[in-house]
Write a protein that binds this ligand. Structure first.
Ligand code: BV8
Length: 239
Protein backbone atom coordinates (compact mmCIF):
# COMPACT_ATOMS: atom_id res chain seq x y z
CA UNK A 1 0.00 0.00 0.00
CA UNK A 2 1.56 3.32 -1.13
CA UNK A 3 1.19 5.84 1.70
CA UNK A 4 1.56 9.58 1.04
CA UNK A 5 1.50 12.01 3.96
CA UNK A 6 1.26 15.83 3.81
CA UNK A 7 1.93 17.81 6.98
CA UNK A 8 1.37 21.49 7.77
CA UNK A 9 2.06 23.81 10.68
CA UNK A 10 -0.59 22.06 12.81
CA UNK A 11 1.63 19.01 13.37
CA UNK A 12 4.28 21.22 15.00
CA UNK A 13 1.86 23.32 17.08
CA UNK A 14 2.13 20.99 20.10
CA UNK A 15 5.91 21.21 19.85
CA UNK A 16 5.60 24.92 20.60
CA UNK A 17 5.90 26.30 17.07
CA UNK A 18 3.05 28.77 16.40
CA UNK A 19 1.02 27.99 13.27
CA UNK A 20 0.38 30.66 10.65
CA UNK A 21 -3.30 30.75 11.57
CA UNK A 22 -2.61 31.10 15.31
CA UNK A 23 -0.86 34.35 14.52
CA UNK A 24 -3.73 34.75 12.00
CA UNK A 25 -1.08 34.99 9.31
CA UNK A 26 0.50 38.01 10.98
CA UNK A 27 4.00 38.57 12.19
CA UNK A 28 4.79 41.78 14.12
CA UNK A 29 1.93 43.44 12.28
CA UNK A 30 3.09 42.25 8.86
CA UNK A 31 1.07 39.77 6.82
CA UNK A 32 3.20 36.65 6.26
CA UNK A 33 2.38 36.84 2.56
CA UNK A 34 4.05 40.28 2.55
CA UNK A 35 7.20 39.22 4.39
CA UNK A 36 7.70 35.78 2.84
CA UNK A 37 8.17 37.06 -0.72
CA UNK A 38 11.15 37.79 -3.02
CA UNK A 39 9.92 41.41 -3.36
CA UNK A 40 9.99 41.93 0.42
CA UNK A 41 13.52 40.48 0.55
CA UNK A 42 14.58 42.82 -2.26
CA UNK A 43 13.03 45.88 -0.63
CA UNK A 44 13.74 45.17 3.01
CA UNK A 45 16.17 42.28 3.55
CA UNK A 46 16.68 43.34 7.19
CA UNK A 47 12.96 42.81 7.97
CA UNK A 48 12.81 39.45 6.19
CA UNK A 49 16.02 38.25 7.88
CA UNK A 50 14.58 39.35 11.23
CA UNK A 51 11.44 37.27 10.55
CA UNK A 52 13.44 34.14 9.82
CA UNK A 53 16.13 34.73 12.46
CA UNK A 54 13.40 34.86 15.13
CA UNK A 55 11.87 31.58 13.88
CA UNK A 56 15.28 29.87 13.55
CA UNK A 57 16.25 30.87 17.10
CA UNK A 58 12.89 29.62 18.38
CA UNK A 59 13.37 26.29 16.62
CA UNK A 60 16.84 25.91 18.16
CA UNK A 61 15.46 26.16 21.69
CA UNK A 62 15.84 23.00 23.81
CA UNK A 63 12.10 22.65 24.52
CA UNK A 64 11.09 22.68 20.84
CA UNK A 65 11.13 18.96 20.14
CA UNK A 66 9.22 16.51 17.91
CA UNK A 67 5.90 15.50 19.47
CA UNK A 68 4.11 12.12 19.41
CA UNK A 69 2.75 12.79 15.91
CA UNK A 70 6.21 13.30 14.37
CA UNK A 71 7.51 10.24 16.22
CA UNK A 72 4.59 8.01 15.20
CA UNK A 73 5.16 8.90 11.53
CA UNK A 74 8.87 8.04 11.83
CA UNK A 75 8.00 4.74 13.53
CA UNK A 76 5.36 3.84 10.93
CA UNK A 77 7.79 4.56 8.09
CA UNK A 78 10.30 2.06 9.51
CA UNK A 79 7.93 -0.79 8.62
CA UNK A 80 6.80 0.76 5.33
CA UNK A 81 9.85 2.59 4.02
CA UNK A 82 9.46 1.28 0.46
CA UNK A 83 5.95 2.64 0.11
CA UNK A 84 6.02 5.79 2.21
CA UNK A 85 6.63 9.46 1.36
CA UNK A 86 6.25 12.34 3.82
CA UNK A 87 5.76 15.73 2.18
CA UNK A 88 5.96 18.62 4.62
CA UNK A 89 5.04 22.27 4.11
CA UNK A 90 6.83 23.06 7.35
CA UNK A 91 10.27 24.65 7.31
CA UNK A 92 11.03 23.37 10.83
CA UNK A 93 13.26 20.28 11.06
CA UNK A 94 11.10 18.28 13.47
CA UNK A 95 10.35 15.41 11.07
CA UNK A 96 14.10 14.95 10.55
CA UNK A 97 14.80 15.18 14.29
CA UNK A 98 12.06 12.57 14.88
CA UNK A 99 13.91 10.19 12.54
CA UNK A 100 11.74 10.33 9.40
CA UNK A 101 13.86 9.39 6.36
CA UNK A 102 11.75 9.81 3.24
CA UNK A 103 10.86 13.48 3.78
CA UNK A 104 10.23 16.05 1.02
CA UNK A 105 10.37 19.56 2.52
CA UNK A 106 8.48 21.23 -0.33
CA UNK A 107 8.76 24.73 1.18
CA UNK A 108 12.45 24.43 2.07
CA UNK A 109 14.14 24.46 5.46
CA UNK A 110 14.79 27.12 8.10
CA UNK A 111 18.08 25.43 9.08
CA UNK A 112 19.54 25.92 5.60
CA UNK A 113 20.81 29.01 3.77
CA UNK A 114 21.01 29.43 0.02
CA UNK A 115 23.44 31.64 -1.87
CA UNK A 116 21.53 34.01 -4.17
CA UNK A 117 24.51 34.10 -6.53
CA UNK A 118 25.42 30.43 -6.82
CA UNK A 119 22.22 28.70 -5.53
CA UNK A 120 24.49 26.62 -3.25
CA UNK A 121 22.59 25.38 -0.18
CA UNK A 122 24.40 25.02 3.16
CA UNK A 123 23.22 24.03 6.65
CA UNK A 124 22.69 27.21 8.69
CA UNK A 125 21.91 27.76 12.41
CA UNK A 126 22.96 31.40 13.03
CA UNK A 127 21.22 34.68 12.31
CA UNK A 128 21.50 35.94 8.74
CA UNK A 129 21.93 39.65 7.95
CA UNK A 130 22.34 41.62 4.72
CA UNK A 131 26.11 41.61 5.37
CA UNK A 132 26.68 38.00 6.45
CA UNK A 133 29.83 36.77 4.64
CA UNK A 134 29.56 33.56 2.63
CA UNK A 135 31.74 31.09 4.62
CA UNK A 136 33.21 29.76 1.37
CA UNK A 137 33.93 33.16 -0.16
CA UNK A 138 34.08 35.70 2.72
CA UNK A 139 34.48 38.58 0.28
CA UNK A 140 30.91 37.82 -0.87
CA UNK A 141 28.68 39.44 1.78
CA UNK A 142 24.89 39.47 2.08
CA UNK A 143 24.33 36.88 -0.66
CA UNK A 144 22.84 34.29 1.72
CA UNK A 145 19.04 33.94 2.11
CA UNK A 146 16.94 31.48 4.09
CA UNK A 147 16.48 28.34 1.97
CA UNK A 148 12.69 28.57 2.17
CA UNK A 149 10.15 28.84 -0.65
CA UNK A 150 8.49 32.26 -0.59
CA UNK A 151 5.07 33.16 -1.99
CA UNK A 152 5.41 33.42 -5.75
CA UNK A 153 8.31 30.89 -5.80
CA UNK A 154 8.05 27.31 -7.05
CA UNK A 155 7.96 24.73 -4.23
CA UNK A 156 10.56 21.94 -4.33
CA UNK A 157 9.94 18.45 -5.71
CA UNK A 158 6.72 19.12 -7.57
CA UNK A 159 7.38 16.35 -10.14
CA UNK A 160 8.05 13.80 -7.40
CA UNK A 161 4.98 15.04 -5.52
CA UNK A 162 2.77 14.71 -8.60
CA UNK A 163 4.03 11.16 -9.25
CA UNK A 164 3.53 10.11 -5.62
CA UNK A 165 0.03 11.60 -5.51
CA UNK A 166 -1.07 9.84 -8.70
CA UNK A 167 0.09 6.48 -7.27
CA UNK A 168 -1.09 6.87 -3.69
CA UNK A 169 -3.35 4.21 -2.16
CA UNK A 170 -3.66 6.24 1.04
CA UNK A 171 -3.25 10.04 1.44
CA UNK A 172 -3.02 11.46 4.96
CA UNK A 173 -3.18 15.27 5.46
CA UNK A 174 -2.18 16.35 8.96
CA UNK A 175 -2.49 19.85 10.45
CA UNK A 176 -2.80 21.89 7.28
CA UNK A 177 -5.38 24.58 6.61
CA UNK A 178 -5.34 23.66 2.91
CA UNK A 179 -5.27 27.26 1.70
CA UNK A 180 -1.74 27.46 0.30
CA UNK A 181 -1.28 26.12 -3.23
CA UNK A 182 0.08 23.99 -4.81
CA UNK A 183 0.27 22.01 -1.50
CA UNK A 184 -3.49 22.29 -0.99
CA UNK A 185 -4.08 20.83 -4.45
CA UNK A 186 -2.13 17.58 -3.87
CA UNK A 187 -5.20 15.72 -2.56
CA UNK A 188 -6.94 16.39 -5.89
CA UNK A 189 -4.09 14.60 -7.70
CA UNK A 190 -4.70 11.32 -5.85
CA UNK A 191 -6.60 8.52 -7.67
CA UNK A 192 -10.36 8.38 -7.29
CA UNK A 193 -10.10 5.15 -5.24
CA UNK A 194 -7.38 6.55 -2.96
CA UNK A 195 -8.27 6.46 0.73
CA UNK A 196 -7.98 10.11 1.87
CA UNK A 197 -7.81 10.98 5.56
CA UNK A 198 -7.65 14.46 7.07
CA UNK A 199 -6.45 14.87 10.67
CA UNK A 200 -7.05 18.42 11.87
CA UNK A 201 -8.44 20.30 14.87
CA UNK A 202 -10.88 22.02 12.52
CA UNK A 203 -12.60 21.56 9.19
CA UNK A 204 -10.77 22.93 6.14
CA UNK A 205 -11.89 23.98 2.63
CA UNK A 206 -10.71 20.52 1.47
CA UNK A 207 -12.50 18.46 4.14
CA UNK A 208 -15.22 17.50 1.65
CA UNK A 209 -12.79 15.59 -0.61
CA UNK A 210 -11.55 13.33 2.18
CA UNK A 211 -12.95 9.83 2.76
CA UNK A 212 -12.45 10.29 6.48
CA UNK A 213 -11.93 13.39 8.62
CA UNK A 214 -10.54 12.94 12.13
CA UNK A 215 -11.07 16.00 14.35
CA UNK A 216 -8.53 16.31 17.13
CA UNK A 217 -4.95 17.18 17.95
CA UNK A 218 -2.17 15.60 15.93
CA UNK A 219 -0.22 14.29 18.94
CA UNK A 220 -3.24 12.14 19.92
CA UNK A 221 -4.91 11.34 16.59
CA UNK A 222 -1.83 10.55 14.44
CA UNK A 223 -0.43 7.78 16.67
CA UNK A 224 -3.97 6.41 17.09
CA UNK A 225 -4.67 6.36 13.35
CA UNK A 226 -1.31 4.81 12.41
CA UNK A 227 -1.86 2.06 15.01
CA UNK A 228 -5.30 1.41 13.48
CA UNK A 229 -3.68 1.25 10.03
CA UNK A 230 -1.13 -1.31 11.20
CA UNK A 231 -3.87 -3.40 12.78
CA UNK A 232 -5.92 -3.28 9.56
CA UNK A 233 -2.86 -4.38 7.58
CA UNK A 234 -2.30 -7.30 9.98
CA UNK A 235 -5.90 -8.49 9.85
CA UNK A 236 -6.02 -8.15 6.07
CA UNK A 237 -2.73 -10.07 5.91
CA UNK A 238 -1.09 -7.22 4.00
CA UNK A 239 2.66 -6.89 4.60
C1 BV8 B 1 3.49 29.39 -6.29
C2 BV8 B 1 7.67 28.78 3.57
C3 BV8 B 1 3.83 29.80 -8.59
C4 BV8 B 1 7.96 30.15 4.06
C5 BV8 B 1 5.39 28.91 2.71
C6 BV8 B 1 -4.76 33.07 -5.03
C7 BV8 B 1 -5.42 31.87 -5.01
C8 BV8 B 1 -4.71 30.66 -4.94
C9 BV8 B 1 -3.32 30.66 -4.89
C10 BV8 B 1 -2.69 31.87 -4.90
C11 BV8 B 1 -3.39 33.07 -4.97
N1 BV8 B 1 -2.48 34.07 -4.96
C12 BV8 B 1 -1.23 33.55 -4.88
C13 BV8 B 1 -1.35 32.21 -4.87
C14 BV8 B 1 -0.28 31.24 -4.81
C15 BV8 B 1 0.25 31.16 -3.40
C16 BV8 B 1 -0.86 30.82 -2.43
O1 BV8 B 1 -1.30 29.69 -2.35
N2 BV8 B 1 -1.28 31.85 -1.66
C17 BV8 B 1 -2.33 31.63 -0.68
C18 BV8 B 1 -2.01 32.48 0.56
C19 BV8 B 1 -3.67 32.01 -1.29
N3 BV8 B 1 1.19 30.07 -3.44
C20 BV8 B 1 2.47 30.34 -3.75
O2 BV8 B 1 2.91 31.45 -3.94
C21 BV8 B 1 3.38 29.12 -3.92
N4 BV8 B 1 4.10 29.26 -5.15
O3 BV8 B 1 2.30 29.39 -6.44
O4 BV8 B 1 4.38 29.56 -7.31
C22 BV8 B 1 4.93 29.66 -9.55
C23 BV8 B 1 4.65 29.03 -10.74
C24 BV8 B 1 5.66 28.91 -11.68
C25 BV8 B 1 6.94 29.39 -11.39
C26 BV8 B 1 7.22 29.99 -10.17
C27 BV8 B 1 6.21 30.14 -9.24
C28 BV8 B 1 4.40 29.04 -2.81
C29 BV8 B 1 3.72 28.80 -1.50
C30 BV8 B 1 4.78 28.53 -0.45
C31 BV8 B 1 4.91 29.73 0.47
N5 BV8 B 1 5.80 29.39 1.58
N6 BV8 B 1 6.23 28.54 3.68
C32 BV8 B 1 7.71 30.28 5.52
O5 BV8 B 1 7.31 29.29 6.19
O6 BV8 B 1 7.93 31.38 6.02
S1 BV8 B 1 3.73 28.70 2.98
C33 BV8 B 1 3.49 28.65 4.65
O7 BV8 B 1 2.13 28.92 4.89
C34 BV8 B 1 3.69 27.28 5.21
O8 BV8 B 1 4.76 26.60 4.65
C35 BV8 B 1 2.40 26.61 4.96
O9 BV8 B 1 2.40 25.98 3.71
C36 BV8 B 1 1.44 27.76 4.89
C37 BV8 B 1 0.56 27.71 6.11
O10 BV8 B 1 -0.23 26.60 5.92
P1 BV8 B 1 -0.36 25.44 7.00
O11 BV8 B 1 0.91 24.67 7.09
O12 BV8 B 1 -1.57 24.73 6.60
O13 BV8 B 1 -0.51 26.16 8.38
P2 BV8 B 1 -1.75 27.01 8.90
O14 BV8 B 1 -1.28 27.76 10.09
O15 BV8 B 1 -2.35 27.75 7.75
O16 BV8 B 1 -2.82 25.90 9.36
C38 BV8 B 1 -2.56 25.09 10.47
C39 BV8 B 1 -3.62 24.03 10.47
O17 BV8 B 1 -3.34 23.13 11.53
C40 BV8 B 1 -5.02 24.58 10.71
O18 BV8 B 1 -5.92 23.92 9.84
C41 BV8 B 1 -5.31 24.18 12.18
O19 BV8 B 1 -6.67 23.87 12.36
C42 BV8 B 1 -4.49 22.94 12.32
N7 BV8 B 1 -3.99 22.69 13.68
C43 BV8 B 1 -3.52 23.61 14.57
N8 BV8 B 1 -3.09 22.97 15.68
C44 BV8 B 1 -3.30 21.63 15.47
C45 BV8 B 1 -3.88 21.46 14.20
N9 BV8 B 1 -4.20 20.25 13.71
C46 BV8 B 1 -3.96 19.18 14.49
N10 BV8 B 1 -3.40 19.27 15.72
C47 BV8 B 1 -3.07 20.47 16.24
N11 BV8 B 1 -2.52 20.54 17.47
Amino acid sequence: MKVLVLTGAGISAESGIPTFRDADGLWEGHRVEEVATPAAFQQNPQLVHKFYNARRRHLLQEHVRPNAAHIALAEYEKNHDDDFLLITQNVDNLHFVAGSQNVLPMHGQLMEARCTETDRVIPWREDLTPSTPDPETPSRRGSLRPNVVWFGEMPHGMDEIQMAAQNADLFLAIGTSAVVYPAAGIVQETPVNCRRIEINLNATPQSGVFTETIRGSASIEVPKFLKRLQLEAKTSGEA
